[in-house]
Design a protein. Sequence first.
Length: 318
Amino acid sequence: AKVLLTGGSGFIAAHILRILLERGYTVITTVRSQEKGDQIIKAQTETLKAKLSYAIVGDLAQKDAFDAVVRSSPELDYVIHTASPFLAKFEDPILDVLEPAINGTVGILRAVKEYASQVKRVVVTSSFAAIVNTESPPKVYDESSWNPVTWNEALSDTSKTYRGSKTFAEKAAWGFLGKEKPSFDITTINPPLVYGPIAHHLENLDRLNTSNLNIRDIIQGKYKDNPLPPTGTFLFTDVRDLALAHVRAIEVPEAGGKRFFLVAGHCSHKQIVDGLRKTHPELSSRLPENPRDDFPADVYGYDNSRAREILGIEFKPL
Ligand code: NDP
């Protein structure tokens, strides 16, 4: 079967790509430059290379960003849409974050509907950002929870911009399905903070993806004599489990039309420090001695039973 994977240069996409190729799928991935495309091809073994190609696309904010690649890729069976900005810093909330997230998601769905009617399913990488509710948090988070963030909050409060982008993009995807009634179905995958090994090309550690930045800083000794930053989100997922979930989402018929809260467990920055001390004792001299633990006693719960039961994911611990 043939899969279109958007955002192939990303942290999560690199793991999805590896699993797809190892399972024998033919993959076309999208990138923003020839250099990035060539790096992805170069990273594969000769056998896997034979089934991989890439297409260059423009900024996701352009509503027709995916038209050309979808139109010129005959026999696509599935689409996995991961591309979306997850930036530690940005200048313009609309141009840099909200529009690329929303237009990219609607754009890929529209392109598939118009030019690739044989596609059976589009899997969209959403996020816990579209689930979390800081105003009235449920005792236990599951797929029924939606972030109540408004457009104005996403514009005026930069801490809500990314969460808004994921919420509005996912809502737009389900809205598209309801209104446009395409012949394909969709599945959304909603992970909290994603940690794990780097499989994509990294120019240098300054370019590390956003979710891994705190781990990088801890390892480099930034908090040896400074307080650990607040954990923020007390939930994590291993990137390898998340990648497998994306592939299972195209393989398991019952995954269609569903949202999946892809959460492995609780964590805090202090627990990450403790874990590093155990697994990497050679780093001990750079780790904070007695960091404060901000893990709340009444921390919210999570329910990952749908991902375990339907997608068959066995979550790796922290
Ligand atoms: P990365 O930053 O590593 O990857 C993002 C990908 O999207 C890159 O391929 C990037 O291309 C592409 N992209 C971003 N902005 C644009 C744009 N304006 N136009 C075109 N392409 C763009 O992030 P992750 O791998 O972590 O994220 C992948 C997906 O997973 C995103 O949808 C993100 O929201 C979601 N997610 C991530 C979590 C995490 O903790 N990492 C948690 C929950 C969800 P380029 O390389 O050219 O910049």
